[in-house]
Design a protein. Structure first.
Length: 152
């Protein structure tokens, strides 16, 4: 009887192929979950902005003025929203998106008295989130308005 120790080359190739197939299935699924989590964070931050605007309206009878610069790659918009662009009475200091300014994946801004479906909404606001460049959500844009209409 032949003493068999170790694995043959064929067995080793089969094991490597199985691992490669499992990796090819798992990696895209993992990346998809990361993208989904990033979007969920933006949705949560937009809902927070809508709640803060509602609170501001209840206290002041109007929404904040437009805050922040439209478009992506504007991490400084968070500070503008938090400080009211230098006017504390217009600030939403409760807006605290996670990650810190240098780690934000989305840029946020608020526009007042928007037009929605062809009709002017006054007073109203729209809060936007747009994916920053070189992220897994580059240029994806989401919005919520004073009536809680969303595109997400």
């Amino acid at each position: 009887m032949k003493d068999k120790r170790g694995m043959t080359l064929i067995e080793l190739i089969i094991v490597v192929a199985i691992i490669a197939i499992l990796g090819a299935i798992a990696v895209p699924a993992y990346l998809g979950q990361q993208k989904s989590a990033t979007r969920t964070e933006a949705f949560s931050n937009l809902r927070t902005l809508a709640l803060l605007e509602g609170q501001y309206f209840a206290e002041n009878g109007t929404y904040t003025p437009s805050l922040g610069n439209p478009g992506n790659n504007n991490p400084g918009n968070v500070a503008i929203i938090q400080t009211g662009n230098g006017t504390p009475a217009n600030a939403l200091p409760g807006f605290q998106p996670g990650g810190g300014t240098g780690q934000l994946v989305f840029s946020y801004w608020i526009v007042q008295n928007v037009t929605y479906l062809g009709a002017a909404q006054t007073p109203c606001f729209a809060a936007y989130a747009k994916g920053n460049s070189n992220t897994r959500v580059t240029n994806e844009q989401y919005v919520i308005d004073c009536n809680n209409n969303t595109n997400f």
